[in-house]
Every structure is written in C-alpha cells, then in structure tokens.
Design a protein around this ligand. Structure first.
Ligand code: DAH
Length: 330
C-alpha cells in the first residue's frame, strides 16, 4: 500500500469513527508507536540515502495530514458528547410550568383590604400606629391606670428596653385612637388595622400575634345610635344585606357605655365580633379634646377571627401554618 492509500484509508476511518473510543483505536492503529506509519518509518533505513530524505518528508507530511483528520473528528465527537451530556442533565421544567399557579394575597390580608375598602367607602380614612407602645398609649390614656384590674386581662407582652417607663407590644389597636386624637383636630373618622400581641398560647381560637381593626369617630353630637348604625352598615357591606347585628351591654374602661357587638348567622345564632362604645370623656380629655364640645364612638375587633368566621375555618392556626395547599383555596 503506498503512502497516499494509507492517508486515504486513515482519513476515511477517522472521519467516520462512530465515537471517541473508536477514534482512539484508529489513532493507535495508524499513528501509534506500533502503528502503520511507525512501521513505514522503520523501513526508511533500508532505502537508498538519495531517496530516504524525500520518503521521510512524505511520511511526515502524511502523519501530519492523518493527525489533523483525527483531531478534527475528535473535536466533532467531543462536542457531540458534551451536547448529549447537557441534554441528559437538563432539568425538564415543562411539567412544573404547566402546574405553576399564580399566587394571591393571604386571606387575612384580603379581609383587611376589604374592611378598609368598606370603611373608606363610608367616609373613613386609614390610620396606623407602632406595634411597640408605651404604657401611656396602650393603657393610661385609654383610661386604664396602673391599678386598674382590666390591665391584667390584656395578657400583655412586655419589652425590656431598659426605659424608665413600661414598654410593651401593643395588646390592642386602641392606642391608635390616642395617637390620632393627639395629632388631629376633630372631626375624626378613622379605622386602624394592625398587628397586636398577647401572651396567649396558640390554640384553635387564639394566636399570640393577631390582627385587629379599630374604628374611631369624634364629632359633634355623636352617640350610641351612630355607633349602632355604623356597625350595622359595615357588617351588611362586608357579610351581606341579610346579616343582622346587635349590641350587648359590656364593659371597657375607654368607653361609656360599652357594648359587645354580635352578627347573626344563617342558622339564627349570634356570633360575637368585637367591642365598642361611646368614647369615655376621660379619653377625649387625655388627648386634649374638650368632651363638652365633642363626643365619639369607637369599636375594635379581630381580623383573623373575622376571616375564621367568614371562611368557617376549624382552627385559627391554619392562618399562620403557611401550608400552601390550605392557603390557595382562598
Ligand atoms: N381594645 C379592645 C380589645 O382589644 C376592643 C375594643 C373594645 C375596642 C371597645 C374599642 C372599643 O375601640 O370601644 O379587647
């Protein structure tokens, strides 16, 4: 076989090698130490010196040509192998993509937003206050002095900041009443939704961190009738026109008279929603508002409990378990 034939054969074999292993075999067969070209080189010694140089040159050129062919094929096969590996390792996301669901607001957030909408529609504005409060805002200004037994019933979580005064996580949203009245001239029509905290252990009906919404109206000639009418309007807007409301006498230090308000169920029972009353004159005076000129009403209730009622949940803790399978139903 002459050199050209050998080149052709080797090039052809390289170009059609099926994979890298086959190529290694071809490389060895033609270019290896004991390969075809090595054998030819050995034969050079037997040639006449006048021919040896040209024959050696031709052999080297042939080796160069075949090496190039092998390398070219190696490049192609390596790229193929890499592409295969990548395709193999690629995550197929199409399945999860078809399952992908759009998120939505948490049901407590939805309830809070709807409450805000209803009250804004009735002419209220939305106010906010801090979650960490002093005794003045959480208790004293609300007519709950240090000796008052009601103070214990709030199961307050205190914060140790080394301050001279008591500091606590607010145990209700009522301190926002005080902050608003301190800063705003009546007439005042606000609702204040926000997080509140108590030492309660979580169970089916309690959470240690929960949400309330507070309402406050201060204007001329405001009385219990305005309170009852406002509560009835909001409940009908939120739950539906067929839902009835009632007030039951109760006691809160910051209102006089005070009441608890209930809403009717389709079964004809009553469910307690929150507390309310006519703002105590001491509370107005504590905020620099003249109780002779102005009067008001206030109310407060739990937003989480409202969501529990509206969606008839068995356990309030579902609201904070963050189980997506539960949350996505609402
Ligand atoms: N702050 C009371 C509580 O958390 C609820 C409440 C009762 C708020 C009567 C009021 C009110 O504004 O007038 O238990």
């Amino acid at each position: 076989m002459d050199v050209q034939q050998l080149i052709d054969e080797a090039s052809e074999a390289a170009a059609t090698a099926a994979d890298l292993d086959a190529l290694v075999e071809i490389d060895r067969r033609f270019l290896g130490k004991k390969g075809e070209f090595a054998a030819r080189k050995k034969q050079l010694g037997a040639l006449d010196p006048s021919e040896r140089k040209a024959a050696g040159q031709a052999l080297n050129d042939a080796i160069g040509t075949v090496s190039a062919a092998v390398e070219a094929r190696r490049g192609v096969l390596a790229a193929d192998a890499e592409a295969l590996r990548l395709a193999d390792e690629r995550l197929d996301l199409t399945e999860s993509l078809t399952e992908l669901q759009r998120g939505h607001l948490h049901l407590v957030t939805q309830a809070r937003d709807r409450l805000e909408d209803v009250f804004v529609g009735m002419g209220f504005t939305v106010a906010e206050g801090p979650e960490v409060e002093s005794a003045w805002y959480n208790f004293e200004a609300l007519n709950i002095p240090e000796w008052h037994p009601a103070r214990g019933s709030f199961d307050t979580i205190f914060v140790d900041l080394g301050e001279p005064e008591e500091v606590m996580l607010r145990s209700h949203t009522s301190p926002v009443q005080i902050r608003t009245m301190e800063n705003t001239e009546p007439p005042i029509y606000i609702v204040a939704p926000g997080r509140t905290f108590r030492t309660d252990t979580a169970d089916a009906t309690h959470l240690p961190a929960f949400n309330q919404i507070e309402g406050l109206v201060v204007d001329r000639g405001i009385g219990l009738g305005d309170l009852a009418g406002t509560i009835d309007s909001f409940v009908k807007a939120f739950f539906g026109r067929e839902v009835k409301t009632r007030l039951r006498p109760s006691y809160f230090p910051f209102t006089e008279p005070s009441a608890e308000f209930d809403i009717s169920t389709p079964a004809g029972d009553w469910l307690e929603l929150g507390g309310c009353g006519v703002v105590h004159p001491n509370v107005l005076a504590n905020c620099g508002i003249d109780p002779e000129e102005w009067s008001g009403f206030a109310f407060g209730f739990g937003i989480d409990r409202l969501a529990v009622m509206r969606y008839q949940l068995d356990d309030i803790r579902e609201l904070v378990n963050n189980d997506v399978r539960f949350l996505r139903q609402f």
